[in-house]
Ligand binder design. Structure first.
Ligand SMILES: Nc1nc2c(ncn2[C@@H]2O[C@H](COP(=O)(O)OP(=O)(O)OP(=O)(O)O)[C@@H](O)[C@H]2O)c(=O)[nH]1
Ligand SMILES: [Mg+2]
Length: 419
């Protein structure tokens, strides 16, 4: 398969901070809590856009950031949500986490959207921490950072037209004259070792044509090279069956290749075929034409004759390809992999590390707590300690040998241990 590739950096918006505030009312010395929530940060979204054909636009721009959530207001006002950013990609784009390789999105439907980086949650204002025992909480949460990561984007180009035939039929020559592709061409079999793809244009429309290595008897069992590449044309909508007009018996080749297709995959054998006799510039090839045409007609197939070298019949072939494709539905691309967005498996998991000057605790929940807590507010700190206790962090630290007065880093927040 042919890939177009790009690497981009995405950063979702940070969540806005929650606020500590109290109502001021006439005759009421101290009103209830009224600190609003911070807004959620914007998400980074990929959207499949049918008007795009390549990933080339990411050469110009490779960094994308969504908006941050606003902080909460004092009068119970929630902060505004950060704005999402929508990145348009062509159909057939697969997005992976650049470091882990994890599949994040496989965009196949026009307009399909997938969130690839989640905006951070807004922090809760002190309204949320009011309880029967604490009518006036002096604590709130800070917003969480938005996810940020590098993505690799790969575009799987699916050929609309697959050119099949025996070695030396002139498949690569044909591709080279109808597209900008420059495949290797030579007068011996198996010149083509890898599929070549080219874009064929006509009146502002385009189609993708694939030229694969030549097929021989036994191809379905792995003889020659064609076998591994038949999959490549399995998704194409139309096959051009190219016959080598210079061969002693092009029709025998034709039958042979059709047998191989059937044996490899019935689905492939049923694909619409256009029978094309090549090398018609040679007298021997021209002599084969009436028989080829008759056979194709018997099978209900259309036949054309061309010379890829002189160009005779080539424009008619190109026009025919576009005409045929107009009537053939696009296959849904592929559903081998389902898009998933996984969160960290065990969010309570943490690790303790001994540093020369203290200790460091890390883990997904620890990271969240460190970012979320207003470390200057006693009540917020007490709450954080309670959560750490429930998670078993205290016990683990004690076991590791932490003593009162030691320095403990919660992710990157420095604390003096007081337990
Ligand atoms: N006279 C004549 N020769 C042609 C024509 N088309 C291709 N050839 C020649 O046929 C030979 C094989 O051409 P390729 O395009 O490499 O054939 P292929 O089908 O890609 O071959 P493999 O990659 O080996 O399967 C080359 O020497 C071409 O110049 C044609 O229309 N007329
Ligand atoms: Mg070739």
């Amino acid at each position: 398969m042919f890939f177009d590739e790009a690497k981009i950096y995405v950063k979702a918006g940070d969540g806005g901070d929650g606020v500590v505030a109290f109502r001021r009312e006439k005759y009421v010395p101290r009103g209830g809590p009224s600190g609003g929530h911070g807004g959620k940060g914007g998400d980074v979204i990929l959207e499949a856009d049918p008007h795009l054909n390549t990933l080339i636009h990411f050469k110009k721009r490779s960094h994308f950031k969504a908006g941050r959530g606003e902080h909460g207001g004092s009068k119970n006002m929630a902060g505004a949500m950060g704005e999402d950013i929508v990145i348009a990609v062509p159909l057939g784009t697969v997005a992976r986490h650049a470091e882990t390789g994890e599949l994040l999105a496989d965009l196949v439907e026009p307009g399909q959207r997938v969130i690839v980086a989640q905006g951070g949650r807004g922090g809760r204002g002190n309204v949320s921490f009011k309880s029967s025992v604490n009518q006036a909480p002096k604590m709130a949460e800070r917003g969480l950072p938005g996810q940020e990561l590098w993505l690799t984007l790969e575009l799987k180009l699916i050929a609309d037209v697959g050119v099949i035939g025996v070695p030396n039929a002139g498949k690569s020559t044909l591709l080279s004259v109808v597209s900008a592709a420059r495949p290797k061409i030579a007068d011996y079999p198996f010149t083509t070792l890898q599929p070549n793809l080219g874009v064929v244009e006509l009146d502002h429309r385009d189609l993708v044509m694939a030229d694969i290595p030549g097929l021989i008897e036994g191809a379905h069992e792995g003889a020659g090279l064609g076998h591994q590449f038949l999959r490549h044309v399995e998704r194409s909508r139309l096959l051009v069956h190219l016959l080598n007009g210079a061969a002693p018996d092009p029709l025998a080749d034709f039958d042979q290749i059709n047998d191989e297709l059937r044996l490899f995959s019935p689905k492939l054998a049923q694909k619409p075929q256009l029978v094309v006799l090549n090398k018609i510039d040679l007298p021997d090839a021209a002599a084969h034409w009436p028989a080829v045409q008759a056979r194709a007609n018997d099978m209900g197939l259309e036949a054309l004759k061309i010379s890829a070298v002189t160009g005779e019949g080539v424009p008619a072939l190109v026009a025919k390809l576009f005409e045929k494709l107009d009537d053939l539905p696009r296959e849904p691309l592929f559903a081998e992999e389902v898009p998933v967005f996984t969160l960290d498996e065990d969010e309570h998991y943490f690790e303790i590390e001994k540093l020369p000057n203290g200790w460091r605790v890390t883990g997904p929940k620890i990271e969240q707590l460190a970012a979320q807590t207003y470390w200057g507010l006693d009540e917020a700190v007490m709450r954080a300690y309670r959560i750490l206790d429930k998670m078993g962090v205290h016990a683990a630290l004690r076991e590791a040998g932490v003593e009162v007065g030691d320095t403990v880093f919660l992710d990157d927040v420095e604390l003096e241990w007081v337990w």
